[in-house]
Design a protein around this ligand. Structure first.
Ligand code: ZN
Length: 315
C-alpha cells in the first residue's frame, strides 16, 4: 500500500485528499487555516487534516501547494502574504517532522497550472501556460513537458510583468505591473477612482468599499459605460501580456482561470484584441487561448498529482 496525499493550503482554508490515480483524488478533508497563529499552528492543522483525509493511515508522501513564492527543491517558503511568520520558513522540514513522511512543496498557482496541464485545459500539450486572475494574478509555465520553476523556484509569476510605470502598483508594490491593473483588486480600484472623479456610473450608488471586481462585472453586464470601460481596459492588458507570453514561449495552449473568467466575453473579447496588438502572427495562430477547466479544484488536483509524480503511484 502506498498512500499519497495532496494538500491545498489557502489563506483561509486547508484541504487535503488522498491521491487515487495520477489525476484523481478521494473526497477531501477540510479545516480552517490558523494563518494568524504562526507556522507551527498551521503545520499542526495541516497534519491533522492529512490524518483525517487518510482515516488515520500513515501517508508515504505528501505534496502541498502553498500561497507564496518558494523554493520547491529545498522546501523553503520565501514569504506567504496571508500566513503570519512564513518568511524564509523551511516548510518541508517542519511538515516532514510533524507528519513523518516525505514532503514536496510547490507554489499553489504552479500546482493549479500543473493540474490544468495533466487533467484540464492543457491535456496532451507539451508547452502550456496557465494564468489565474482573481484578487491577484498568478500562473504557471509548462515548458517542454515540465513544470518550469527557474533558478530560484519562483518562475511563472505572469501577474507581475510590466504594463507601464504610470499604472498603479500591485499588492507587492511593483509600480505598473499587470496585477495592479488587471486583477479583481485592480479593476475595483479603477472603478473607485472613476466614482471619486465624479464620473456618471451606477457604481456611485455603492459605498466605495463595497466596490469589488464582482460588482464592477455586474454593472458592466447591465451596460454601465464606466464599468465596461474598466473591464475592457483590464481585458486588453491581460491580452497584451498574453501576447507577450506567446512571443516568448510559443505555447500550444494558454488557459485563463480564476474568478474573473466568470465575466466571459466582457473579459475575453478585449483580451483577444490585446493579444492581436502584440503577438506575432504565426505563434498566435498556433496557440489556443481557452478558459481553464478545473475551477477551484485545480489546487487539490495539482497537489495530489504532484505527490504521485514525486513519490510514485498510489496503490
Ligand atoms: Zn506586481
Amino acid at each position: 500500500m502506498t498512500t499519497l496525499v495532496g494538500v491545498d493550503l489557502g489563506g483561509t482554508n486547508i484541504r487535503a485528499a488522498v491521491a487515487t490515480g495520477t489525476r484523481s483524488h478521494a473526497q477531501p478533508a477540510h479545516a480552517p487555516t490558523p494563518g494568524d497563529e504562526g507556522p507551527e499552528a498551521v503545520v499542526a492543522a495541516i497534519a491533522k487534516c492529512v490524518s483525517e483525509a487518510t482515516g488515520g493511515v500513515q501517508p508515504d508522501g505528501v505534496a502541498i501547494g502553498i500561497p507564496g513564492p518558494l523554493d520547491p527543491v529545498r522546501g523553503i517558503v520565501y514569504a506567504a502574504p496571508h500566513l503570519r511568520g512564513w518568511e524564509s520558513f523551511d516548510a518541508a522540514s517542519a511538515l516532514q517532522e510533524r507528519i513523518g513522511c516525505r514532503i514536496a512543496v510547490h507554489n499553489d498557482a504552479n500546482l493549479a497550472g500543473y493540474a490544468e496541464w495533466i487533467a484540464g485545459a492543457g491535456r496532451g500539450t507539451t508547452d502550456f501556460l496557465f494564468l489565474t486572475a482573481s484578487t491577484g494574478i498568478g500562473g504557471a509555465l509548462i515548458l517542454d513537458g515540465q513544470l518550469y520553476a527557474g533558478r530560484s523556484g519562483t518562475a511563472g509569476e505572469v501577474g507581475h510583468v510590466p504594463l507601464a510605470p504610470e499604472y498603479p502598483p500591485c499588492g507587492q508594490g511593483h509600480q505598473g505591473c499587470l496585477e495592479g491593473t488587471a486583477s479583481g483588486t485592480g479593476i475595483a480600484r479603477s472603478a473607485r477612482r472613476a466614482v471619486q472623479g465624479g464620473e456618471a456610473t451606477s457604481l456611485s450608488r455603492l459605498p466605495l468599499d463595497h466596490i469589488d471586481g464582482r460588482s464592477v462585472e455586474e454593472a458592466a453586464r447591465a451596460g454601465d459605460e464606466v464599468a465596461l470601460r474598466v473591464f475592457t481596459d483590464a481585458g486588453r492588458h491581460l491580452g497584451r501580456a498574453i501576447g507577450g507570453l506567446i512571443n516568448l514561449f510559443s505555447p500550444e495552449v494558454i488557459a485563463v482561470g480564476g474568478g474573473l473568467i466568470n465575466a466571459g466575453e466582457l473579459l475575453f473579447a478585449p483580451l483577444r484584441g490585446g493579444v492581436g496588438e502584440i503577438a506575432f502572427a504565426v505563434p498566435a495562430e498556433n496557440c489556443r487561448i481557452v478558459q481553464a477547466e478545473l475551477g477551484t479544484d485545480a489546487g487539490l488536483v495539482g497537489a495530489s498529482a504532484w505527490a504521485v509524480k514525486n513519490f510514485g503511484q498510489p496503490s
